[in-house]
Design a protein around this ligand. Structure first.
Ligand code: GLP
Length: 243
């Protein structure tokens, strides 16, 4: 695991965007794995800017998002579908039909999950996966548990995640209690992985990534088995609260 410690959020966003831009410039038909949450928004802004300036072309790129709340319709403004359209898809030249987000309205979620993994495999696998990290160490919505699940699946959300994500909803009761998420193996099959973290609230979990331990209690520690992971974080996430 390589670590890039950045001065602040702006710098973290710039560094992560640089890697995505290099990936797409080297392989224009890259398969990108994308994440939601507040962490990657600055990076998406940089990608939009670079795309507008003609520094990167997304016209041949295919994207797969990590997760989606369940049940929730794609046009609900709290859905990850909506988030991706708002923060990236509608503002770049990524062809809409090449973007994929698990269907939060699927009548048969198990089938939707199975097909999602098949679609990723059929596309040739993810070249570069972007990840954020939950305060409890979740990646996608793979929550801390005794067992983690390999493939894309329907999962329940822990109280701490519902609490953490309630800041985006009007009230806590509005946060869906389930989600569809890529599994740990779906993520680990990616050729390269960037995990981003900023702010002191992520310090504890970033510190767990720096130890030799792997535990399903902190799902992100599973990334230690992968040979090409880069952690891009700011100083507060790495060192804790700065004065
Ligand atoms: C959500 C998403 C994760 C994301 C995490 C962190 O629960 N499912 O993919 O990494 O939140 O969010 P934030 O970046 O807002 O801290």
């Amino acid at each position: 695991m390589r670590v890039v410690i950045c001065e602040n959020y702006e710098e973290m966003s710039k560094q992560a965007a640089k890697l995505v831009i290099s990936q797409v410039n080297l392989k224009p038909n890259s398969i990108l794995g994308l994440a939601t949450g507040s962490t990657p928004i600055g990076m998406y802004d940089k990608l939009i800017e670079a795309n507008k300036k003609g520094e990167v072309d997304f016209s041949e790129v295919t994207t797969f998002n990590l997760d989606e709340y369940y049940p929730l319709s794609a046009d609900n403004d709290q859905s990850y579908h909506y988030f991706m359209n708002e923060h990236l898809f509608s503002k770049t030249n990524i062809p809409f039909e090449r973007t994929h987000v698990p269907d939060g309205e699927a009548a048969n979620p198990e089938k939707e999950c199975e097909e999602y993994d098949k679609k990723i495999d059929a596309a040739g696998g993810i070249d570069l996966q972007i990840l954020g990290i939950g305060q409890n160490g979740h990646i996608g919505f793979n929550e801390p548990d005794k067992n983690l699940i390999a493939g894309t699946h329907l999962t329940g959300l822990t109280d701490s995640t519902i609490e953490a994500n309630s800041r985006f909803f009007e009230k806590k009761e509005d946060v869906p209690t389930k989600a569809l998420t890529m599994g740990i193996a779906s993520i680990l099959k990616s050729k390269k992985i960037i995990i981003m973290a900023n702010g002191a609230a992520k310090h504890e979990v970033v510190s767990a990534l720096m130890t030799p331990d792997i535990t399903t209690d902190i799902p992100a520690t599973m990334l230690k088995v992968h040979s090409d992971v880069v952690v891009i974080c700011d100083k507060e996430a790495f060192y804790g609260k700065q004065n």
